[in-house]
Design a protein around this ligand. Structure first.
Ligand code: FES
Ligand code: FES
Length: 162
């Protein structure tokens, strides 16, 4: 396509290229190059399923144009950790049963990660506000808040030890 250009995206610490037109969203660009761990929900900024971190801040990738984040650090859920080396948030979501279908879970965990980076000891209200853009239609949010509290406590403990 005439107005496409090849951009370099820094994804989970690795440089990857995508050839996209100016209107391609980051969500579409990521999924097109294989990052299907980034979930597509409403595609209009309502559900938070598509959240990724851009320079540590959670953003809805469906509302972000791929061209605008060239050179910035993008983190998807797989960049946080995986089955062999899960992040404490991933472990806590599994331990508490906070993931039901799991579709909303990557976005929730990344929103929580962004919160804990700026506030390691959040109140439940802080957690509710931070995750207010992430919708789960399977169940309630009690276990999600428990999971974030559990991970925050563990990360604070780890910080004290190091
Ligand atoms: S898919 Fe982006 S907010 Fe719903
Ligand atoms: S676990 Fe199913 S939508 Fe959240």
């Amino acid at each position: 396509m005439a107005n496409e250009k090849t951009i370099t995206l820094e994804i989970n610490g690795r440089s990857e290229t995508a050839t996209v037109p100016p209107h391609r969203t980051l969500l579409q660009a990521l999924r097109d190059i294989g990052h299907v761990e980034v979930k597509s929900g409403c595609e209009k900024g309502d559900c938070g399923a598509c959240a990724v971190l851009v320079d540590g801040e959670a953003v809805d990738s469906c509302l972000t144009l791929a061209w605008t984040v060239e050179g910035r650090a993008i983190t998807t859920i797989t960049g946080l950790g995986g089955p062999d080396e899960p992040h404490p948030l991933q472990t806590a979501f599994a331990d508490t049963g906070a993931a039901q279908c799991g579709y909303c879970t990557p976005g929730m965990i990344l929103a929580a990660k962004s919160l804990l980076e700026r506030n390691p000891d959040p109140t439940e209200e802080d957690i509710r506000i931070a995750l207010s853009g992430n919708l789960c239609r399977c169940t309630g949010y009690t276990k999600v808040f428990e999971a974030v509290e559990q991970a925050a406590a563990e990360l604070r403990g780890a910080g004290e030890k190091s």
